[in-house]
Design a protein around this ligand. Structure first.
Ligand SMILES: Cc1cc2nc3c(=O)[nH]c(=O)nc-3n(C[C@H](O)[C@H](O)[C@H](O)COP(=O)(O)OP(=O)(O)OC[C@H]3O[C@@H](n4cnc5c(N)ncnc54)[C@H](O)[C@@H]3O)c2cc1C
Length: 748
């Protein structure tokens, strides 16, 4: 017993320090904060001293109880302290603590500073804004709309319809915030102004001429084409004697500073590899969030801008009879587009939802995720603010903090592979046989596939501009693995309809889902079975597909299996009130998808590693040069790297014509938290019902106890028996991976 408790004691502290690392990896340098301005603020959160837990780990077993009690007290003190500190920061944001950061707002005739506003529509934690204040000159905030520059060199759909709508609303809110502190936001339109000059440069030069400004400040953007534009603008202005400065704030880690040095390239594309790179090469300090200014110095006269409406961001189409098609009506009522809206959502989430997030973020029928992505995308909330507030939350949510690393990973990948939004990273997959069935694509886009879970999610996207992460995986898997439509179609549709459409994240995720990204998903979501995780009672489907409301919970995700009498009673007419399924043989579609992959891997053997069976990806020169120790500047793109490759593809290579059912590594996810757990329960149900009930009971009790401890800031109780790590694919050693007596019906 002593050994067991010793193991759990060690496990607990090791786990705790691992969880800390997740958040700390990117913010590793928080502890050595170098920002002089923020260093003066005594009431900011100070990161827990590194190593305090590892010290506890080394103690003798007899001291453990004492230590643990001490740790509990320390923990709860730390937590209280953090909560009160992030509360103070929130108060400052609301102006409860009236701290004057800026100069008094009297107009000044001195040469003004141009604050070039882009995707940083916020007062809180805005380094460029604070940079302007520190110069002590009048500030002219300006937003330049230049869609051609945003779009970049390929079909990126960088600012789709939904995003434009959000941008319009967010700009209007930000303008109001600036006016509240005595300033103003100038809108300028650069559409069609690019001749031989960059459009933004052209507009900025005119503005500099008009206002006499000698300084331009902005927060950096990292899309390669925008970075290139910014570099050009900066160097052109600097040659004319205008001082320009860019501040990093869009990511926690500047993507161009991430290095694989000391970590290598193995596992590249995964978030763990990325975090190891950040840990190994910490880079500049993340610093603490900056307070919002109480006022901004204003110029003696404001330059002439254009009204926001003339930028054409929220223009609604008209019917032939002249009436307006207000496609955004639902979006307007579903969101608060202001910076305050972002903070209220964050507070509500950290106060309430974050506990459910850590366990149940996959649920579509409950708002268990933060829904902060559009605010992060448009910079109404800085990732640094989010990180610090999350670290201040009672349960210090590790999974949630890790999501910010995903976000940075996406930007890093985009800087390495600027073609990410339109070109498959794995060369053979460019030759994959995709379907060109426009009817199926339209059915998917409009939520008329005949699969309720997919349809509900796609309708939610169309009506509200948003969908949770789990559902994005479900609909992406359906498009790719079951409809065989190219991932680029899904990417472009998402870019046009998502309010948080983000070229870097969207492209990375669609590449991974489309089997050609650096870290392609080792799972495929089944359009029916995945409902076990995300919508077990059909609540989500009932909300977005109301025509199915009266079907019973067990069959709502597969109405085609309902007896005719049941359909009649529920008022469902398949093919009339609800669409027929656009594919009926899911197994065959999956098998075809596997065969197609096996075919291209056979056609391009030079891109398959003979030893490991992994796909090979040509490396960009920057990575190669790093891998070679940063000494080679002249490297070309001839280096091939074996990357993470689905087990089922490797296996299919040996038997290219086999069907998916006979592939032991079949990646289709059964749904629910762990397939292994389902299978164990099904097995026990068959053998010994009593044991099965007790097994479930014990697990539930453990879960409740753990949640309770977490809520109270206590260490988790030791589990009653050690549990293995859930695996996604069955393994020869899995005792219950093949359920005796047949398959588990996952919707039971
Ligand atoms: C096919 C597909 C396309 C996607 N396209 C986008 C997109 O265009 N824009 C976008 O912001 N997210 C995208 N995601 C990632 C993720 O689905 C969303 O970030 C998330 O659903 C946003 O909801 P949330 O704010 O409640 O997320 P939370 O789970 O609360 O996460 C908090 C924040 O972390 C970041 N984040 C979360 N998941 C990821 C991820 N997998 N990769 C990178 N950052 C992440 C987001 O900024 C998010 O707001 C996509 C995912 C898939 C599977």
């Amino acid at each position: 017993l002593q050994n067991v408790s010793c193991f759990f004691y060690h496990f607990y502290f090791l786990k705790r320090s691992e969880d800390d690392e997740l958040g700390m990896a990117l913010a590793l340098s928080l502890v050595e904060n170098t920002n002089p301005q923020s260093a003066q603020r005594s009431d900011e959160i100070s990161a827990p001293p590194l190593g305090s837990e590892s010290r506890s780990r080394g103690k003798e077993p007899e001291n453990k109880a004492k230590d643990r009690a001490m740790m509990n007290v320390e923990e709860s003190l730390k937590t209280q302290e953090k909560v009160s500190r992030s509360k103070k920061r929130r108060q400052r944001r609301k102006g409860v603590v009236q701290q004057i950061v800026g100069l008094p707002g009297s107009p000044s005739a001195a040469a003004p500073v141009l604050l070039w506003i882009r995707r940083d529509l916020r007062l809180c934690d805005n380094p460029a804004l604070i940079g302007c204040l520190e110069l002590g000159a009048p500030v002219i905030p300006v937003f330049i709309w230049s869609p051609e520059e945003e779009e970049g060199p390929g079909p990126t759909v960088a600012v789709g319809g939904a995003c434009k709508f959000w941008l319009h609303q967010a700009l209007s809110c930000f303008c109001a915030s600036l006016e509240y502190i005595g300033s103003h936001l100038i809108f300028l339109n650069a559409t069609g102004k690019a001749n031989e000059l960059r459009a933004s440069l052209h507009v900025l030069k005119d503005l500099i001429m008009e206002t006499g400004a000698r300084t331009v400040l902005a927060n950096s953007l990292y899309e390669p084409w925008l970075k290139e534009r910014d570099d050009e603008v900066l160097s052109a202005l600097q040659t004319e004697g205008v001082e320009c400065r860019m501040f990093p704030s869009y990511c926690l880690r500047e993507p161009y500073s991430v290095s694989t040095r000391g970590v290598g390239l193995r596992g590249i594309g995964s978030v763990s590899h990325f975090m190891s790179c950040c840990r190994q090469n910490p880079g500049a300090a993340v610093g603490v969030p900056l307070d919002p200014p109480a006022s901004l110095p204003t110029p003696s006269s404001w330059p002439q801008g254009v009204p926001l409406d003339t930028l054409g961001l929220a223009r609604m189409p008209r019917r032939k009879d002249g009436s307006v098609i207000d496609w955004a009506a639902n979006i307007r009522t579903s969101w608060d587009f202001s910076e305050d809206g972002a903070h209220s959502r964050l507070e509500a989430f950290l106060h309430d939802g974050v506990y459910r997030y850590e366990k149940e973020s996959g649920r579509a029928d409950a708002p268990n995720t933060s829904c902060l992505s559009p605010y992060l995308h448009f910079g109404q909330l800085s990732p640094r603010w989010l990180l610090w507030d999350a670290k201040g939350a009672c349960c210090r949510p590790p999974k949630f903090q890790r999501k910010l690393a995903w976000r940075d990973l996406a930007y890093w990948q985009l800087t390495l592979f600027p073609d990410l939004p339109w070109e498959s990273l794995r060369p053979p997959y460019k030759a994959l046989r995709w379907s060109s069935d426009g009817g199926r694509l339209k059915a998917w886009q409009r939520g008329k596939t005949g699969f309720p879970l997919v349809d509900a999610a796609m309708r939610q996207l169309w009506l509200t501009g948003w969908m949770n992460n789990y559902m994005r995986h479900v609909v992406a898997s359906f498009l790719i693995a079951y409809l065989h439509l190219p991932w680029q179609e899904g990417y472009r549709w998402f870019q046009d309809t998502l309010l948080d459409a983000d070229v870097a994240i969207d492209a990375m995720m669609w590449q991974n889902g489309g089997m050609c990204g650096l870290d392609h998903w080792n799972f495929v979501m089944h359009p029916v079975d995945s409902a076990m995780t995300c919508d077990p009672c059909g609540t989500f489907v009932r909300k977005w597909c109301p025509e199915l409301t009266d079907l019973p919970d067990e069959l709502i995700h597969k109405p085609w299996t309902c007896p005719a009498s049941m359909l009649r009673r529920a008022g469902v007419l398949i093919g009339q009130t609800y669409p027929e399924r656009i594919v009926t043989d899911l197994e065959e579609q999956r098998s075809q998808s596997l065969r197609d992959v096996a075919l291209v891997r056979r056609q391009f053997p030079q891109f398959v590693d003979k030893r490991s069976g992994c796909d090979l990806v040509p490396l960009p020169p920057r990575l190669v040069s790093e891998a070679l120790g940063g000494t080679r500047e002249d490297v070309s793109g001839d280096f091939l790297l074996p990357v993470i490759t689905r087990m089922e593809f490797k296996h299919q290579q040996d038997d290219p014509d086999a069907d998916s059912a006979s592939n032991p590594y079949n990646a289709v996810l059964k749904g629910y938290r762990s397939r292994k757990r389902d299978e164990t329960i099904a097995f026990l149900n068959e053998r010994d019902f009593m044991t099965s009930v007790m097994f479930e009971g014990t697990q539930r009790k453990e879960r409740l106890e753990k949640d309770q401890c977490r809520l109270e800031g206590l260490p988790p109780p030791p589990p009653s028996a050690s549990r293995g790590r859930a695996r996604r694919t069955p393994h020869a050693k899995d005792q219950f991976s093949i359920v005796p007596g047949g398959a588990v019906t996952s919707l039971k």
